[in-house]
Design a protein around this ligand. Structure first.
Ligand code: HEM
Length: 443
C-alpha cells in the first residue's frame, strides 16, 4: 500500500542478475541481515529471484505493528508452513485458523505456570544426574555440551509433556532430528531446493530419519494413552484430534520444545566460560541463595536474579528463533514503508537484539542489559526472544524456568572451561546453533 507519505527503501548493493541477494543471504544468513540493516537502516527490501518480493524490518515499532497492530494482514505463509510440515505435519506451529485455535486452546493449560512449576524437582533431578555423570568422568574429560543439552532437553520435555521416558531412544531420536532440521533448513534458505518426492540420496536419508522420529511418537501415543487420564495427549484427544493430528502435535511440541532451549543452554555455558567476571557473580549468587551445596527449587529459583539476567542476555545475543517469518496477505504500510500484498516479511530478532539504539553493548555479553533501570528505558519490542501476539511462544514460561534451573544445578557443582579458546560463530540451521559443537571441561 503506497500512500503519499510512503518512504522509498534504501538501495541495497550486491544484487546478482536473476538471483538477486540470494547467494549472499545463503552464505551467511544472519550476518547478511545484520550488515545490511546496520549499513542501510531498519526497513529494507531485498531481491530474491524475480518471483519473490521480500522485506526485513528491525525496528521495535515495526515488530509491534506486524505482530500486534496489523496482525490480521499477515500469516505465517504457506511456503514456511509447508517446509516446517516436512517434520511437524499439521501441528500447532503450521496450522491456521480454527484448527490452530483449537489446538492452542487444548495445549495452553499444560503450559501455565501453575502446571509447569510442578516439574521443578524433576528438572533439577534429571540435571543433577547428568552433572554427577560428568563429575564421575573426571576433570580432564571433555564434554560435548551441545549434545548433552540436547539429550537433557529431550528427556525433560518428554517427561513433562507426555510422562514418557525417552532415555532409551534419546540418541537415535536426537540425531534423526538434527538431520531433519538440516534438511528443512535447506528449503527455507533456498526456494530452488529439489522437491522431496525426487529419489535423491538426501531425500531418502530424510525419509529414514523421519521414520525413526515417527516410530518414537507412535510409541509415546501408545504408552501414554494407556496410562494417564490427565495428560496433554488425552486433552488433545478430547479436543477431537484424530491419531494423525495427535501424531503431528506431539512431534511439533517435541521439536519446538527441546531444540530451542538446549541450543540456548549450550550458548549460555559458552558465554559464561568466556566471561569469568559474570561466572563469578553467578557462583556468588548461587552460594548466597542456595547455600554451599543446595539445589534450586520452585521457591528459591525466583531469587536467582543475576542468573536470570544471564539467561536473558544469552537469548539476546543468540536468539534460538533468530527471525520470525510472516507473509503479507494484504498490502500494508509499516512505519512509513510500503509492503506489497503477497510478500515475505522477515523480522530478524538477531538484528533487533543487537540494535545500537537500544543496547549499551550490542555485540558483547553484558547481563546488566537486564537491570531494572535498563529494561524500563527500552521499548518492549526491542527484545522478543519468544515472539509476541497470537503466536507468542506457548512454552515461554517453561523455557525460562527450565533454563535457569538447569544452569543453577550445573553451576552449583561445576565450572565450565572451554576445550578450545577459538570463538564459535552462530550458524542458521533452522534455529541459531553454534557452528561447531560446544565442547568443554567441567571442573
Ligand atoms: C529458549 C527456548 C524457546 C525459544 C527461544 C522459543 C521461541 C519461540 C518464538 C519466537 C515463537 C513465535 C514464532 C512466531 O511468531 O512465528 C515460538 C512459538 C512457539 N513455541 Fe517456542 N521457544 C522456546 C521454547 C519453547 C518450548 C519449551 C516449547 C514447548 C513445547 C515451545 C513451543 C512453542 C510453540 C508450540 C509455538 C507456536 C505457538 C503458536 O503458533 O501458537 N517453545 N517459540
Amino acid at each position: 500500500m503506497t500512500t503519499p507519505h510512503s518512504m522509498p527503501y534504501p538501495v541495497i548493493d550486491g544484487v546478482r542478475p536473476l538471483l538477486g541477494h540470494m547467494p549472499e543471504m545463503q552464505r551467511d544468513t544472519y550476518g547478511f541481515y545484520l550488515r545490511h540493516h546496520r549499513a542501510s537502516g531498519d526497513s529494507l527490501r531485498f531481491n530474491a529471484y524475480p518471483f519473490i518480493n521480500f522485506y526485513s524490518f528491525a525496528a521495535p515499532d515495526a515488530l509491534h505493528h506486524i505482530l500486534i497492530k496489523a496482525r490480521q494482514k499477515y500469516s505465517r505463509g504457506a511456503r514456511w508452513s509447508r517446509i516446517v510440515s516436512h517434520i511437524g505435519g499439521k501441528g500447532i506451529v503450521t496450522s491456521t485458523g480454527d484448527i490452530w485455535e483449537k489446538q492452542r486452546r487444548a495445549v495452553t493449560p499444560y503450559f501455565q505456570p501453575a502446571h509447569v512449576d510442578k516439574y521443578t524437582d524433576m528438572i533439577v533431578r534429571n540435571t543433577y544426574e547428568m552433572a554427577q555423570k560428568w563429575r564421575r568422568a573426571g576433570n580432564d574429560t571433555t564434554i560435548n555440551v551441545s549434545r548433552e543439552m540436547m539429550s537433557l532437553g529431550l528427556v525433560n520435555i518428554s517427561d513433562m509433556l507426555f510422562n514418557y521416558d525417552i532415555r532409551p531412544r534419546v540418541e537415535t531420536f536426537a540425531s534423526a532430528m538434527v538431520d531433519g532440521f538440516y534438511y528443512i533448513n535447506r528449503f527455507i534458505q533456498n526456494p530452488l531446493t529439489p522437491p522431496r518426492f525426487l529419489p535423491l540420496p538426501v531425500n531418502r536419508r530424510f525419509a529414514r530419519d523421519k521414520a525413526i522420529a515417527d516410530a518414537v511418537v507412535r510409541d509415546i501415543i501408545a504408552a501414554v494413552r494407556k496410562d494417564d487420564e490427565n495428560c496433554m495427549i488425552n486433552a488433545l484427544v478430547r479436543a477431537g484430534n484424530t491419531d494423525r493430528q495427535l501424531h503431528d502435535e506431539i512431534i511439533t511440541l517435541l521439536m519446538a520444545g527441546y531444540d530451542t532451549l538446549s541450543t540456548a543452554l549450550a550458548w549460555a555455558w559458552y558465554l559464561l566460560a568466556r566471561n569469568p567476571a559474570a561466572l563469578g557473580k553467578v557462583k556468588e549468587e548461587l552460594r548466597d541463595v542456595l547455600g554451599p551445596q543446595g539445589l534450586p527449587n520452585a521457591e528459591n529459583v525466583e531469587r536467582l536474579s543475576y542468573l536470570r539476567m544471564v539467561f536473558k542476555e544469552t537469548l539476546r545475543l543468540y536468539p534460538s528463533a533468530w527471525a520470525i517469518h510472516r507473509f503479507s496477505e494484504e498490502a500494508d504500510e509499516v512505519i512509513g514503508f510500503p509492503v506489497r500484498k503477497g510478500s515475505s516479511v522477515v523480522l530478524p530478532l538477531y538484528v533487533t537484539h543487537r540494535h545500537p539504539d537500544f543496547w549499551k553493548h550490542p555485540d558483547e555479553f553484558y547481563p546488566e542489559h537486564f537491570d531494572k533501570a535498563e529494561v524500563e528505558g527500552r521499548p518492549r519490542f526491542a527484545y522478543l526472544p519468544f515472539g509476541a501476539g497470537e503466536h507468542v511462544c506457548v512454552g515461554a514460561h517453561l523455557a525460562g524456568m527450565e533454563g535457569v534451573l538447569i544452569l543453577a544445578t550445573l553451576l552449583q557443582h561445576l565450572t565450565p572451561r572451554l576445550a578450545t579458546g577459538a570463538e564459535i560463530a552462530p550458524l542458521v540451521n533452522f534455529t541459531l546453533k553454534p557452528s561447531q559443537d560446544i565442547v568443554s571441561f567441567a571442573v
